[in-house]
Design a protein around this ligand. Structure first.
Ligand SMILES: C[S@@+](CC[C@H](N)C(=O)[O-])C[C@H]1O[C@@H](n2cnc3c(N)ncnc32)[C@H](O)[C@@H]1O
Length: 450
């Protein structure tokens, strides 16, 4: 399954959780690869991954893996496959391929694979499927890397990142998939799973993990030894169902957080996956689609249940004095721009989660928190053009000062567009994760505030 660079481990963990939730036995544990995760399991799990995952982009079914040295090798390998058993000659198809080997150019690779498929069909049936580059029914994805050709059928179609709730847009919105993956890294998903239990216990962000993941850079700088840091960082970071995005734009973080809390899978209502066009998937498996949808739907919380669960967690796990019928929103979207607030509201409405979110116009520098613990997540502007980054450093510094002063007991995560911007925050990150946002290498930085 493909994903964004940097989210591979989150996706692998999510795959294991999905298998567990559906009682499906995977043939082996998911294996993390570059921008993807390899999974072996029953065909029904292919449908389940499409319907149930938040951190993946496409479920690809590998049909060929072979060593190749030339385009001729590629053609022969593709020709040797029984394509007429994979999809029907009545379907339209397209090939999308890439090559990192200098001896095989991507454009030529595309053509060779297409020729191999067409010729294999003609040999087997005397007829061939047509190519449709714009909206094919069957998409074939291929790549050559270090002499290894891998060819897959896309079972997804429109990428899973596109949830369908974001009709209103604003400056540089975060991909929904990336938003979901970054949230998982904060422990939000772990908290949501605990909240849904009958007798939830207090959940912590693992201190050991925090400690081990300190940047090697800081360790090397010798400014502070690992032991010293260990003593300074609070013993445990409590995960609390309070989340603020003070630079919310279109509201991606808060909406994804709400969907995770409700256990509502973003693609569960979607009609039209590419797997419907593939004859390689047995029709008996396709008939299981409704059952999988029902099974996932049965695990969702209603809005009322979500409020009850949050109140129960606050009371029983965190020892707070919260009435069991408390229904005030616990997610907060803020932005200085009122058009961003309007966009976030509209999108939350589309996703059916407005009741869980409070919307507020305001500067991040005026942020105040009213709970003893929680998580602040934010994606400040990066400044991609020359000179913009310099101007933004001041804002990042002020954000750091505000967090330190106002958010004691909380953890904050900032998506910084560069090491220089991250460094301008002026606080010592307790975790640094490299992730790609629209082709830009970014850092997802955690700050534990105490
Ligand atoms: C990169 S966008 C955030 C995108 C958002 N994560 C999404 O998915 O749509 C940055 C946001 O920060 C907001 N912003 C810029 N300066 C701000 C400030 N000082 N206080 C609050 N919000 C600010 C902008 O209006 C913009 O909506």
């Amino acid at each position: 399954m493909s994903t964004i660079h940097g989210l591979e481990q989150e996706l692998a963990d999510e795959i294991c959780e999905l298998a567990q939730d559906l009682g499906i036995q995977l043939t082996e544990n998911p294996v993390v690869a570059s921008a993807g995760v390899y999974v072996r399991g029953p065909w029904s799990f292919c449908l389940a991954m499409n319907l149930g995952l938040r951190c993946g982009s496409r479920v690809l079914c590998e049909v060929l893996e072979m060593d190749v040295r030339s385009l001729e090798d590629v053609y022969n390998a593709v020709l040797g496959l029984k394509w007429d058993t994979l999809f029907d000659s009545e379907m339209t198809f397209s090939v999308q391929s890439s090559s990192s080997d200098t001896s095989i150019k991507s454009n030529a690779l595309n053509l060779k694979i297409k020729d191999g498929i067409v010729d294999a069909f003609k040999r087997a049936l005397g007829r061939r499927p047509n190519v449709d580059k714009e909206s094919p029914q069957v998409r074939i994805m291929a790549r050559v890397h270090r002499g290894l050709l891998s060819v897959s059928l896309d079972t997804t179609g429109v990428p899973l990142a596109m949830r369908g709730y974001r009709s209103a847009t604003h400056d540089a919105p975060l991909s929904e998939l990336l938003g979901a993956g970054l949230l998982r890294m904060t422990g939000w998903q772990k908290l949501c799973r605990e909240l849904r239990k009958e007798n939830p216990e207090r959940v912590y962000f693992s201190r050991v993990e925090t400690h081990q993941n300190r940047s090697a850079e800081q360790q090397e700088s010798g400014k502070e030894s690992a032991g010293e840091l260990k003593r300074r960082i609070p013993e445990a970071i409590v995960l609390s169902p309070d989340l603020i995005d003070p630079m919310c734009g279109t509201g991606t973080f808060a909406i994804e957080a709400a969907l995770q809390l409700l256990n509502r899978r973003p693609q569960l209502d979607r009609a039209g996956f590419a797997y419907e066009y593939l004859s390689v998937i047995p029709s008996s498996v396709l008939k299981q689609e409704d059952r999988i949808r029902r099974s996932l739907r049965a695990q969702e919380l209603s809005l009322l249940d979500a409020f009850k669960k949050v109140a129960q967690y606050r009371r029983d796990a965190m020892g707070q004095n919260t009435p069991s019928d408390a229904v005030s929103p616990f997610l907060l979207c803020r932005d200085t721009d009122s058009s961003a607030i309007l966009a976030a509201k509209k999108n939350a409405e589309n996703a059916g989660v407005t009741k869980l979110i409070q919307f507020e116009k305001g500067n991040v520098l005026g942020l105040e928190v009213h709970a003893p613990a929680g998580v602040v997540v934010m994606n400040p502007p990066y400044g991609v053009r020359l000179g913009e980054e310099e101007q933004l450093k001041g804002l990042y510094k002020e954000i750091g000062d505000t967090l330190k002063k106002e958010c004691k007991g909380w953890q904050a995560w900032i998506l910084a567009g560069s090491t220089a911007l991250g460094g301008s925050v002026g606080l010592r990150p307790t975790r640094r994760k490299k992730v790609f946002n629209g082709g830009i290498e970014c850092l997802w930085l955690q700050y534990v505030l105490f």
